[in-house]
Design a protein around this ligand. Structure first.
Ligand code: SF4
Length: 138
């Protein structure tokens, strides 16, 4: 898988999945994609379909209504693919842990490659996580 991922190191296309976030993590992802942070210098760009993506950026705990949809998006993303969880809720369930309406963390539903902690993580932390994935392909 590592060898195939090398092909993406100059153009990592990202699809954003909200599996039940409070939206603050999502706002930080949007901030990350603004010209202020200029993530295109790393070849990172947001795409509108998981079928075009190399990386899934997933936010939030997995709510019961979203569990099947998260699996479906993962299956629609062509291999090789990387899953990055953004925020404490996706990593552990966070403040929604044991809520009546959540299944838990993202890794209870799909395999995860990298966790970015924070509530929410700042754009610098999100960029750092994605760049670490790019470097791991070298
Ligand atoms: S980690 Fe914090 S900001 Fe992100 S979804 Fe959970 S509560 Fe919201």
């Amino acid at each position: 898988m590592k060898r195939k991922l090398k092909a993406f190191k100059n153009a990592l296309w990202v699809f954003h999945v909200n599996s039940g976030s409070c939206n603050a993590c999502d706002i930080e992802i949007i901030a990350t994609l603004t010209p202020r942070y200029d993530v295109e210098r790393f070849g990172i760009r947001l795409v509108g379909s998981p079928r075009h993506a190399d990386v899934l950026l997933v936010t939030g705990p997995v709510t019961k209504p979203m569990a099947e949809k998260v699996k479906m998006v993962y299956e629609q993303t062509p291999a090789p693919k990387v899953v990055i969880v953004v925020g404490g809720c996706g990593s552990t369930g966070g403040v929604f842990q044991d809520s009546y309406n959540t299944v838990g963390s993202i890794d209870e539903i799909i395999p995860v490659n990298l966790y970015i902690p924070g509530c929410p993580p700042r754009p610098e932390a999100i960029i750092d996580g994605v760049v670490k994935v790019i470097k791991s392909m070298e």
